[in-house]
Design a protein around this ligand. Structure first.
Ligand code: 28G
Length: 637
């Protein structure tokens, strides 16, 4: 008995030390204490519900953001076991919430314990990093509850009522002394929860944001799983195969793949391992690509679509216009790469290939018109690639001959260190003229744009190289495009799009952003692309310095401050209305200007936006341009 008590105490001390370590170095457990880390807390808890769903016991998950940024997650699984652990003397539920790595993410006896946020650290870490946590469990005919503060148990698990239902409910308030912010972004949670629902077919996930009036809410439930996922990704695109190709294989490494071709020229492949988005790809993606290339080439050869002398189609030609999602489950995944989102398990490549080869080959044999349509597209992609190579060489040769690699219209800066340089891309010669006169020529370059607009979404690389509007941009940035793009060669640390705040300006902004997104994606990922914010109004009054307002709200506010008496309000319709000094002062002077950095945290969302804006469907595009402010906001998450 004495010995037991001794062990009990020792166990408790160890537990406290464990969670203290989490509070000391939160970044080690959840990546960061930024807004990103904050959202990870929610994923960690939801993952436990998803695991319960994967085990076959949970059908519904409700996530609520309550006023005060309290998160509530509720599921209808079996409920965390409430029995007392014979060794530690504490309940299984309390163990899960107070012991680091309790339960272990992988292995164990309950089948696949495979979902999991990037860090997969579990409920105890969320508990450690929360001001308070409250866990309510329904099972064995009762309602049980326990409470914690900063990871420490303040109310041990006790029965508080009767119930014939089962499930787990967790409410927590993240610790404001640890996180930079407690403000959850509804859209971020919504996107991740939608993704989780796609990846777990049949599971119903709802989200509700009670902080706003009217409340925001959404429900995700897809019987089609990955099939629904690719249909969602392609909803604004023209499809080649109306029904996605679906591949499913159970076994040691369960594999699920859905593929749908569209008439677009981009490649959209998303891969997941244990529900984690493997942004850097890895062995599963390798297997997918190899199988795709092999099966299509074999089919083309066998059916005389491709002659022996033509050689093989390249993988990239076969992936033009593809939208695919690959989801596999691996018991002991090895994650590599900069962001630990690249699968390293070498055995997986062959498994994915063999899962795909047969089903994909059979699909093509059974659907000759679709096979033919896809292969025709592959062949023209291959021709376009060849044409692009020639165009690229031509550009290179021309550059070599002219020694200067720069477009004629570019007014370059004198500084040579790219870190310190910035280029303003300006539509139209008149605004370009003001910008040239107003700039600081030491570090600011101006590239006026002219020529015919090109819809990037509907053009292949060869057309892009030859387009008179985009070629100067490619040359000025100086780092190539597409697979050749080399971020180390960029000539300017800041590439700033400066356009009017009207529909035409929005059009050029969209064109350039689509172009950067599709052909210079690292430039956006690396944070080099910016939007200039010219003012909308100028207020002038005798004896007062001119005031510039950048939004309508700011105008109202400033007018309230200075009064309306004797105030002249000028509304700027375009950049061209400003003289060089005004342009410098309001939009170009680093001391006073406002720049919006274009970020892409979420490639799915960005692709959706660009597709809406540049795709075939007029109606969603019109609606979207109307909500232009939202466009910027969505890009800026
Ligand atoms: C609502 C927010 C988050 C959960 C369960 C259900 C069980 C469980 C959770 O067991 C301990 C370790 C391995 C079996 C399992 C219930 C088996 C039988 C569960 C959640 C015991 C954890 N009955 N639901 N944990 N395992 N939902 N939602 O956390 O051996 S966590």
């Amino acid at each position: 008995m004495e010995k037991f008590e001794h062990e009990y105490k020792a166990g408790q001390i160890q537990v406290l030390e464990g969670l203290e370590a989490v509070r000391k170095r939160p970044g080690m457990y959840i990546g960061s204490v930024s807004v990103r880390g904050l959202h990870h807390l929610v994923y960690e808890i939801v993952d436990n519900s998803v695991d319960e769903s994967l085990a076959g016991y949970c059908k519904n998950i409700h996530v609520t953001i309550e006023p005060g940024n309290i998160i509530c997650v509720e599921d209808d699984g079996r409920g965390i076991p409430v029995d007392i652990h014979p060794k530690t003397g504490i309940s299984a539920a309390e163990t899960v919430y107070t012991k680091l790595h309790a339960g272990g993410k992988f292995g164990g006896d309950s089948g696949y314990k495979v979902s999991g946020g990037l860090h997969g650290v579990g409920a105890s870490v969320v508990n450690a990093l929360s001001d308070w946590t409250e866990v309510t469990i329904q099972r064995d005919g009762g309602i049980y509850q326990m409470k914690f503060e900063r990871g420490k148990t303040v109310k041990k698990l006790e029965k508080i009522g009767d119930s014939d239902k089962t499930g787990t409910k967790v409410r927590f308030l993240a610790d404001g002394t640890i996180f930079e912010t407690l403000d959850y972004e509804y859209e971020i949670l919504e996107t991740r929860l939608r993704e989780m629902a796609f990846l777990t077919k049949g599971l119903r996930i709802t989200i509700e944001d009670l902080r706003v009036d009217p409340v925001k809410k959404a429900e995700f439930h897809y019987e089609g799983g990955l099939i629904s996922f690719v249909e969602f990704l392609n909803k604004n695109k023209e499809k080649i195969n109306q029904k996605p190709i679906y591949i499913e294989k159970s076994g040691e490494v369960p594999i699920e793949i859905a593929i749908q071709y569209t008439t677009s020229y981009s490649e959209n492949i998303y891969s997941f391992v244990n529900n984690i988005n493997t942004i850097e790809g890895g062995t599963h993606l390798e297997g997918f690509k190899r199988s795709l290339t092999k099966v299509f080439n074999d089919y083309a050869k066998n059916h005389g679509i491709l002659k022996e002398k033509d050689g093989n189609l390249q993988g990239e030609d076969i992936r033009e216009g593809i939208t695919a999602v690959i989801s596999i489950k691996v018991k002991e995944p090895q994650f590599e790469g900069q962001t630990k989102t690249k699968l390293g398990n070498s055995e997986v490549t062959g498994l994915v290939m063999s899962a795909m080869n047969e089903t994909l080959a059979a699909f093509l044999e059974e659907n000759p018109p679709i096979a033919k349509a896809i292969l025709e597209k592959c062949i023209s992609a291959s021709r376009a690639r060849e044409a692009a190579r020639k165009a690229r060489e031509l550009v290179r040769k021309k550059n070599a001959l002219e020694t200067s690699t720069l477009p004629g219209k570019l007014a370059d800066c004198s500084e040579k260190d790219p870190e310190l340089c910035e280029v303003y891309i300006v539509e139209g010669d008149s605004a370009g003229g003001s910008a040239k006169q107003g700039r600081d020529r030491k570090f600011q370059a101006i590239l006026p744009l002219w020529g015919k607009m090109l819809n990037v979404e509907k053009s292949r690389a060869d057309k892009i190289y030859n387009n008179d509007k985009l070629q100067p941009v490619i040359l000025a940035v100086g780092a190539g495009i597409g697979n050749d793009f080399d971020i180390n060669k960029i000539r300017y640390g800041k590439v700033i799009i400066m356009a009017d705040a009207d529909v035409d300006g929005s059009h050029i902004r969209t064109l350039l952003l689509t172009f950067f997104f599709r052909y210079m994606r690292p430039l956006i990922e690396n944070g080099n692309v910016y939007l200039a914010q010219p003012p909308l109004y100028k207020l002038s009054k005798k004896g007062m310095q001119d005031i510039y307002c950048y939004t309508d709200d700011e105008l109202t506010q400033k007018l309230e401050e200075i009064g309306r008496e004797g105030v002249g309000i000028q509304r700027y319709k375009g950049l061209g209305e400003m003289n060089p000094e005004q342009l410098w002062e309001t939009t170009m002077n680093p001391e006073t200007r406002i720049l919006i950095k274009v970020k892409i945290e979420d490639a799915i969302k960005a692709d959706e936006i660009f597709t809406i804006l540049m795709g075939d469907d007029i109606e969603p595009r019109r609606k979207f341009i109307e909500e232009n402010a939202k466009f910027v906001k969505n890009l800026d998450i």
